[in-house]
Design a protein around this ligand. Structure first.
Ligand code: HEC
Ligand code: HEC
Length: 341
């Protein structure tokens, strides 16, 4: 009987010890929690830092930042065809930078400039070298704006860069890449369907961009366009990123029809955006000289770059209108290069 009591007491002790150990373990884990606090606070910053409301801050801008803002939002009458002094005409069409970089470059999902000055210098395949933010701006000047380079030391170039820096003021370091680029689409595994593209255009785009794709000018024409043109002489040239079907499809899905679509609430399906991108890029536009020199390493050329040469045997037609997935697979298998556009 005594032996039995001893056994019970020992078992009891054993349970108490194990119970205590478990408690200690949980309390320990619980007390350990504060170590993860910094991560929590990063998340807190992430969800609170938002791009500026540019229009609301216009009055508070420094003169240089304000000049940068005017240059990118009313490009036509500052460094474009509407400027009297021909020496000061750097852009060759009536577009404004902000026609593609919406809300004056602050709109996420339209290749926003929030944080862009922190992301440069950066490697660029088109020139196969490390490029500065000024080089990247000049890239859009020569192609999207069908114009010529702004001198690096010009006060206009400095004002544009100052404006971009201002947009990213106070941006937490870990969020530098948060607002960049376009949201990707699932690339349809077929060529652009031109008839479907035209149907989407007539239903969703024609209202603003017009039957002939020429858009509508501002009442004060020197200010550029109310609805910018999508093709023809006053549009982006054939060397521009927007002239690639996949790039245009990404932009369109997240941003058009204007006022109805955002990157997190698009209106068109991936396939509709893809077909209408092919449709608008099927019309003629200004020609960029010397595009054969783009991408000195031809393997790095985006698959939907519609002009050659390429380092593959797919046809020019397929590079322009797809299907692109076979080209993407080819580069993956042959060179282990992962391409998304
Ligand atoms: C026709 C449309 C269009 C116009 C107009 C345009 N751009 Fe762009 N821009 C693009 C596209 C497309 C990209 C590449 C976006 C991508 O693939 O992520 C781009 C990229 C950029 C980038 C790099 C962004 C990044 O995060 O790497 C900068 C800077 C830029 N543009 C500045 C300008 C400036 C300044 C102007 C006016 C002088 C301008 N752009 C006009 C279409 C345009
Ligand atoms: C309600 C009017 C409206 C509709 C509808 C609309 N857009 Fe736009 N689009 C705009 C405006 C305005 C801009 C310039 C944005 C800015 O400056 O803030 C623009 C810019 C663009 C651009 C870049 C600038 C350029 O000229 O290349 C493309 C490409 C484009 N739209 C394509 C489309 C397509 C494709 C559709 C149909 C799916 C469409 N848009 C429907 C008003 C519209």
């Amino acid at each position: 009987m005594e032996e039995f009591q001893l056994l019970v007491r020992r078992l009891f002790l054993l349970f108490v010890t194990m119970f205590t150990l478990i408690i200690v373990l949980f309390v320990g884990l619980y007390l350990h929690e504060p170590a993860s606090l910094p991560i929590d606070s990063i998340e807190e910053i992430n969800s609170t830092w938002q791009p500026k409301n540019v229009l609301a801050e216009l009055a508070a801008m420094s003169p240089q930042v304000k000049q940068g803002y005017l240059l990118i939002s009313e490009t036509n009458n500052h460094i474009g065809p509407a400027v009297d002094d021909t020496e000061m005409r750097f852009t060759g069409n009536g577009l404004a930078c902000a026609n593609c970089h919406l809300k004056a470059g602050s709109q996420v999902g339209s290749a926003s400039w929030v944080g862009v000055t922190e992301r440069f210098p950066q490697f660029g395949g088109r020139s196969n070298k490390i490029g500065t933010i000024e080089d990247r701006i000049n890239g859009c000047l020569e192609r999207s704006m069908n114009g010529k380079k702004l001198p690096l030391e010009s006060k206009e170039m400095k004002a544009i860069v100052a404006y971009m820096e201002w947009l990213g003021e106070g941006l937490p370091k870990e969020m530098e890449n948060e607002f960049k680029g376009y949201a990707s689409i699932n690339i349809p595994n077929k060529a652009v369907d031109m008839d479907s593209g035209k149907i989407v255009y007539d239903q969703e785009c024609v209202l603003c961009h017009g039957n002939n794709g020429q858009g509508v000018r501002h009442m004060d024409a020197s200010k550029g366009y109310l609805y910018p043109p999508l093709w023809g002489d006053d549009s982006y040239n054939d060397g521009a990123g927007m002239n690639r079907v996949l790039t245009a499809a990404e932009f369109i899905k997240s941003n058009m029809p204007f006022g109805q679509a955002t990157w997190d609430n698009p209106k068109l399906t991936d396939e509709e955006a893809y077909n209408v991108a092919g449709y608008i890029n099927s019309f003629s536009r200004p020609h960029k000289a010397n595009t054969e020199n783009d991408y000195p390493d031809k393997k790095l050329k985006p698959v939907s770059t519609p002009y050659g040469p390429w380092s593959d045997d797919f046809t020019a037609e397929q590079h322009k209108y797809g299907p692109f997935l076979p080209i993407i697979s080819y580069y993956k298998e042959k060179y282990n290069i992962t391409k998304t556009k």
